[in-house]
Design a protein. Structure first.
Lengths: 226, 90, 306
């Protein structure tokens, strides 16, 4: 489950049942009955358990799985219900060479067909920008390096511009989700992963566990089986 | 124009001590509300209201400092609850 | 008729051919396999479990087979099939019995949606159940194994089933899964306990399964009433300590540990409300098993009916 802490919650980076590494929160110690200025900070909406039927809890299972959700990937647990979904996502390499993208994602125009694999050959006209407000990602923190690039450019960026190719993998994952090739990972969930990384520098598939860019990429790659 | 709680068809609440859990049928999300937010939904469950009236009616402990910012803080909290589609303004 | 009424070779033969219909709590699993270690594990840990008749309805159809690939001979593997399909990638053949256990947990947690299913251990005494939700590493399984060897009935070590229609806890007593040091700890704690062979290098480390006390198996049809929700945390050197947990906070933490809370929608919310309403909720820290046992022995059920 995804548990989101609210900004007005003094508990901050708090721990939830899955945190093995630190002490259980002493929730009962918090003063909850005082409606003073400071007391109000712990009086609002404290947390939300987002509805995610396909994200499971715990590590009941030690077996590998055909296709996993972020929390399911953690240690091989199974989290789906009914028929196991099979992921058939494509890699960034695929999306960087196949220019028919699922609606409404746009590659933009290639201005130098001699060097199609160079990100500089792709214009930012008539394209979907990485930071697109509807389709894209937040780029005001750790993701600020992607601010001025289109999604196609990010696919091709590589190198220091895209460490671990996290940007490229997020674009590919987004396009895979839109294409219906990754039943366990929706577009919204892909955005959530990058956006959390943008804010914090890591993504938490479950409280107490942090995925840094290399871990995020490793997970996304597991959904790109074709 | 006042704030009101969405109907039973949409929002299910359950109260324990001074907090409550709220289930939104439309989003499928479940929220844990602290004491102030709980008092707000309790009042709105009784009848629609506005921030100022809520600020006056929500109980403060005698030992608390005077809090002039309470109406504003309640406004913020109402905005949060609205964002979660637990209440509406009409 | 129980599994023990078959000789080892009869059991192995049935498993290779028509299969067996193994009853665990309220589930019947039709199991077929030619893998010897699975037959041995079944014979050892499921000896007291009933076998249903050949023609009886089965909730799950499970096969454990070598996958159809080159690994049949080189570093052989095992594949778990549920209704003919593999939900997981193959594992080394050596892990076949643990894979059966994990796979059966998956079958239940994926399909049994007339229950709210919580990832937790659950034990019972005098008709009252204590649910122990906890992530791996909290010492939940070690504590559960100790409790069931000291007078508590095992309802489950992994999956608490809360019946949506009435909130009762439905037993699913199966071998208790232990790993790494916990295996030795419980073997020392209860020398008479029956264990499967240790299997190393699994995703969880070294694992072994402990046969539940016979009483837990014989009483598998007896439901229980929830009384306590206790979040255990092993902490080296600490004295046993129970700290009351506000019910609102317990609600969110238990829901976070439920497999199908979201899937059940409003029913999931209502079932969880009823569960929490009926419970005394605690955080529990401990380091010495005997102290933990004493703490649990002193638990009193809630006084007011819900």
């Amino acid at each position: 489950m995804t548990i989101n802490k609210h900004h007005n919650n003094e508990m901050g980076e708090q721990h939830l049942p899955h945190d093995e590494l630190s002490d259980q929160p002493k929730l009962e110690d918090e003063s909850r009955r005082r409606f003073t200025k400071s007391g109000l900070l712990v009086s609002g909406v404290l947390m939300t358990l987002a509805s995610r039927p396909s994200l499971g809890g715990g590590t009941v299972y030690g077996a590998g799985q055909v296709c996993k959700t972020p929390s399911g990937f953690l240690s091989g647990n199974i989290s789906q219900h009914g028929t196991p979904p099979k992921c058939s996502g494509r890699t960034p390499g695929y999306w960087g060479t196949h220019y028919t993208w699922p609606s409404t994602y746009k590659t933009g125009t290639c201005t130098n067909t001699q060097q199609e694999q160079d990100y500089k050959s792709w214009s930012t006209n008539n394209c979907t920008m990485y930071k697109d407000s509807t389709l894209g990602f937040h780029c005001n923190g750790y993701g600020s390096g992607y601010l001025n690039y289109s999604m196609m450019q990010v696919i091709l960026l590589g190198g220091v511009g895209d460490p671990y190719q996290i940007g490229a993998h997020c674009v590919a994952a987004l396009l895979n989700a839109r294409s219906g090739w990754t039943p366990v990972l929706t577009e919204a969930q892909v955005r959530n992963i990058f956006n959390e990384y943008n804010t914090k520098g890591y993504f938490q598939p479950t409280a107490g566990v942090k995925w840094y860019p290399a871990d995020i990429v490793k997970y996304l790659q597991s959904t790109m089986t074709l | 124009m006042k704030w009101s709680l969405l109907s039973d068809h949409t929002v299910h609440l359950h109260f324990w001590d001074d907090e409550c859990v709220a289930y939104n049928k439309r989003s499928g999300d479940t929220h844990l509300l602290g004491p102030m937010a709980t008092q707000i939904v309790l009042k709105l469950q009784q009848s629609p209201s506005d921030a100022l009236t809520l600020a006056e009616s929500i109980k403060l402990l005698p030992t608390d400092e005077t809090n002039d910012e309470l109406p504003l803080q309640i406004e913020h909290m109402l905005a949060d609850l609205d964002q979660l589609s637990l209440i509406s303004f009409s | 008729m129980n599994v023990s009424s078959l000789t080892p070779s009869e059991l192995a033969s049935r498993l290779r051919n028509a299969g067996i219909r193994l009853q665990t709590g309220s589930f019947i699993t039709h199991l077929q396999t030619a893998i010897p270690s699975v037959a041995e594990g079944i014979g050892l840990l499921y000896s007291d479990y009933p076998l249903a008749e050949q023609g009886d309805f089965a909730d799950f159809h499970v096969d454990l087979i070598p996958p159809r690939n080159l690994r049949r001979w080189f570093k052989p593997q095992v594949l778990f099939l549920s209704d003919g399909s593999p939900p997981f990638k193959p594992l080394p053949l050596d892990q076949a019995f643990p894979m059966f256990e994990w796979g059966l947990n998956w079958c239940v947690s994926s399909h049994a949606n007339n229950y709210l299913i919580i990832h937790s251990a659950v034990v019972e005494k005098n008709g009252y159940a204590a649910i122990l939700p906890a992530p791996p590493g909290s010492g939940k399984s070690t504590l559960c194994a100790a409790l069931v060897n000291r007078g508590w009935r095992l309802l489950s070590d992994e999956l608490t089933l809360v019946r949506v229609s009435d909130g009762k806890i439905i037993p699913l007593p199966r071998p208790v899964s232990l790993k790494n040091q916990s295996i030795d700890i419980i073997q020392r704690y209860e020398p008479g306990a029956i264990f499967s062979r240790k299997v190393s290098d699994t995703m969880k480390g070294t694992v072994a399964h402990m046969k539940p006390p016979s009483d837990s198996i014989f009483r598998a049809a007896e439901t229980a009433q929830i009384a306590w929700i206790i979040f255990p945390k092993y902490q080296a050197g600490s004295a046993a300590r129970l700290e009351p947990l506000p019910q609102s906070r317990a609600f969110m933490r238990v829901a976070d540990n439920a497999f199908n809370y979201s899937l059940l929608g409003t029913e999931g919310f209502e079932t969880m409300v009823r569960l929490i309403d009926a419970s005394l909720c605690y955080d529990f820290t401990y380091s010495v098993l005997d102290e933990a046992i004493e703490t649990f022995a002193a638990l009193k059920p809630p006084t007011s009916p819900t």
